[in-house]
Design a protein around this ligand. Structure first.
Ligand code: SAM
Length: 263
């Protein structure tokens, strides 16, 4: 289960390639405000600026109030030790599913269905969400949550199994959006598998990659820190992707697979 999560800005290329594709950032990570490696909240920032950033983050988080259904699901998650996506992340998932008109979505890590409902709320009415979790009991309850939210059973395909077992069986380039929110140490592997699933223009989203800012601390050598650093590095360096980290919750890593068919 994804609990705390670090992200790192170690490495990066910054090279300019002789292609007609849009260029990646050319600033070296060390010279820029690093994501997860001593960056925006590093030693140069004054306390006042840091407080202002906190206020902005708090207001952004408070912009949308979760409805009763999601709030109830969140309480159940807390009581049972399941870590759901944060309220702002749920809102971002709904937004991304709607803005990309995601008809085919994969969710790695069903939990009790909070992110499942958030994704469905953004998807078109004929969309199908495939959700993967080795805990079948949780999936039964997540399905009930989807029904409670008004979604027909045919809108969700629950597949019981680990991401390693299930993802290889899903179709190449068959999906518009993939949420990676299973086991943190599996994130690098889940990311690779997700990229294979995405159609050109599709989006992969990885939850909580900055691990409460602890990813910036080089002394954190836990497996979870290594997995998150690896995930962030791979996304940043992959020329096929347009990457972004949204500073909500513990950092929402998003990347779009470039559509190179016209170039
Ligand atoms: C962080 S919770 C998911 C929360 C859910 N996305 C939400 O926001 O409501 C992680 C889930 O991943 C599941 N899980 C554990 N091992 C897994 C694996 N190898 N592959 C996929 N999911 C796994 C756990 O059973 C748990 O329900």
């Amino acid at each position: 289960m994804a609990t705390g999560r670090p992200g790192g800005r170690d490495g990066g290329r910054g090279g300019v390639r002789g292609t007609s594709r849009p260029l990646r950032a050319v600033r070296k990570p060390e010279a820029s405000a690093p994501v997860g490696a001593g960056g925006p909240d590093g030693p140069d920032e004054s306390e006042a600026a840091a407080r202002a950033r906190t206020r902005v983050a708090e207001r952004a988080e408070a912009f949308l109030v979760e409805d009763e259904l999601l709030a109830g699901l969140r309480e159940r998650c807390t009581a049972e030790g399941v870590v759901p996506v944060a309220p702002a992340t749920a809102a971002a998932l709904t937004f991304l599913a709607a803005s990309t008109r995601a008809r085919a979505v994969v969710e790695i890590g069903t939990g009790l269905g909070l992110s499942t409902v958030a994704l469905l709320r953004g998807m078109p009415a004929d969309g199908l969400l495939t959700s993967i979790d080795p805990d079948g009991e949780r999936q039964v309850r997540a399905r009930a949550a989807c029904a409670e939210a008004g979604f027909a059973p045919g809108r969700v395909r629950m597949i019981k199994g680990t991401s390693r077992q299930v993802l290889p069986k899903l179709s190449d380039a068959g999906y518009d959006l993939v949420l990676v929110d299973g086991v943190t140490t599996e994130f690098p592997r889940d990311l690779e598998a997700s990229l294979r699933l995405l159609r050109p223009g599709g989006v992969v989203v990885v939850d909580d990659v900055l691990w409460q800012g602890r990813l910036a601390d080089p002394v954190r050598r836990e497996a979870v820190a290594g997995a998150l650093r690896e995930t962030v590095r791979r996304v940043r360096e992959d020329e096929r992707l347009v990457p972004l980290v949204l500073p909500i919750a513990e950092g929402l890593l998003c990347a779009t697979l470039r559509d190179t068919s016209a170039s």
